[in-house]
Write a protein that binds this ligand. Structure first.
Ligand code: CAA
Length: 380
């Protein structure tokens, strides 16, 4: 494996970094404070191809691969984790439609997601009683003429109030004693029978929109089924494999921002409370932060590289997400310790990074779920 980015990967990374530093970073603290959805910033990302990095050019994407997609999300998250998760989920939805959709579905939805005309994409899998175990979902899909009718409720749906394209999972009626099969459906924002419920007030990633959705007799036409009828669980798992590299990249960007803030402080003055002449406490902390960050980068590059090469990457993506999100909490905690008395004041963003980092261990599979995936794939 060669860790040197190719020319095209470097171009994507530079373009993401330039936009993140000039346009996203200046708004990040205010987005966090007010919980404002970063709509205009998403448009700017779309103009640079950053909402569909690993999607064929014929569908409006950059066609730059999974490694470039990971690098782009790292750069965006270094500036604003809320904007990064919104972009990451949109990339995931667009890639999933490109991978599992038929020609009509791909041509209809991918260009809208890539161009920003759809604002964002949503991945509506979780439910109030089915978070870690999506197979336990209660939302039903009932055949109706050529199409389906969906009824149920979804929870913790990223961008659910804004998304122009939503992937929605539902279960089919199963004979007693048999596990119900799931299907994945494509809905457009504002579809009849689809309504937005509670907006969550979160500890971190506050500018990302997280809502409940209600499906009340929501009709999906025949061409709204994504992939095979009853094949929805596989669609979800395979989408989440890729999505977890996106969240690992998000956590890496957050941790990098925290480490950079600490390095500025460490270079500028001594850590408060540490006696003069003894830098070892600070050096130990900086070393742990750097090692945790680089371990996460190596694992996520490995996962992205395997994805790009068409190799299995389920376990690698879970390892990347686990190491990056748990590592980011530790890195951000150390950054607060290094900031000392001002660490909780939000002066240089480390307090925001700490709150944002914590949330990355919760979505697209909790850390416990990542451990389950890693262990099962190791035992298999
Ligand atoms: N790719 C393709 N197929 C897969 C797969 C993968 N990664 N993982 C499992 N499958 C297939 C299996 O081969 C199996 O197929 P067969 O029935 O044909 O044998 C089937 O799926 C069932 O597999 P398991 O028995 O392993 O499934 P399980 O019920 O034990 O669950 C799990 C496994 C890993 C715990 C899974 O339930 C899981 O990942 N849970 C977490 C869900 C999650 O991450 N939710 C996040 C919500 S989305 C979100 O957060 C997005 C956002 O907006 C930020």
């Amino acid at each position: 494996m060669d860790f040197t980015p190719s020319e095209s990967q470097r171009r994507v990374q530079s373009s993401a970094r330039a936009f993140a530093e000039s346009a996203i970073a200046p708004e990040a603290a205010e987005i966090d404070r007010t919980g404002r959805f970063p709509r205009a910033l998403l448009r700017g990302l779309a103009e640079r191809g950053l909402l569909a990095v690993n999607v064929p050019a014929a569908l409006g994407g950059l066609e730059a691969g999974a490694v470039a997609a990971a690098l782009a999300i790292q750069e965006i998250a270094r500036a604003c984790a809320s904007t990064a998760v919104t972009a990451s989920v949109t990339n995931m939805v667009c890639e999933t439609i490109a991978a599992f959709g038929n020609d009509d579905q791909r041509k209809r939805h991918c260009p809208r997601l890539a161009s920003g005309d759809a604002v964002a994409g949503s991945f509506a899998l979780s439910e109030p009683d089915a978070g870690s175990d999506p197979a336990a979902m209660r939302t039903t899909a009932r055949r109706d003429g050529g199409g389906w009718v969906l009824d149920g409720a979804k929870q913790w749906i990223t961008s659910g109030a804004y998304a122009g394209v939503l992937l929605v999972w539902a279960r089919h009626e199963a004979p007693a004693g048999q596990r119900a099969k799931l299907s994945c459906f494509i809905l457009e924002g504002g579809a009849r029978g689809l309504s937005v419920r509670r907006t969550e007030d979160k500890m971190g990633i506050r500018g990302s929109n997280t809502v409940g959705l209600e499906l009340d007799g929501c009709r999906v036409p025949a061409d709204g089924l994504l992939g095979a009828e009853g094949g929805g669980f596989r669609v979800a798992m395979s989408a989440l494999d890729g999505g977890r590299i996106g969240i690992a990249s998000q956590a890496i960007g957050i941790a990098r921002a925290a480490l950079e803030a600490s390095l500025v402080r460490a270079r500028g003055r001594r850590a408060p409370g540490v006696p003069r002449g003894d830098d070892s406490w600070l050096e130990m902390k900086l070393a742990d932060m750097r090692a945790r960050l680089d371990a996460a980068i190596v694992l996520s590059m490995q996962a992205a590289w395997r994805k790009e090469k068409g190799l299995p990457f389920t376990r690698e993506a879970a390892m990347a997400k686990l190491a990056a999100s748990e590592g980011a909490i530790r890195v951000c905690g150390d950054a607060i310790a290094i900031a000392g008395g001002t660490g909780g004041l939000g002066e240089d963003g480390v307090e925001r990074h700490f709150r944002d980092a914590r949330v990355t261990t919760l979505y697209e599979g909790t850390s416990e779920i990542q451990r389950l995936v890693i262990a099962r794939r190791s035992l298999a």
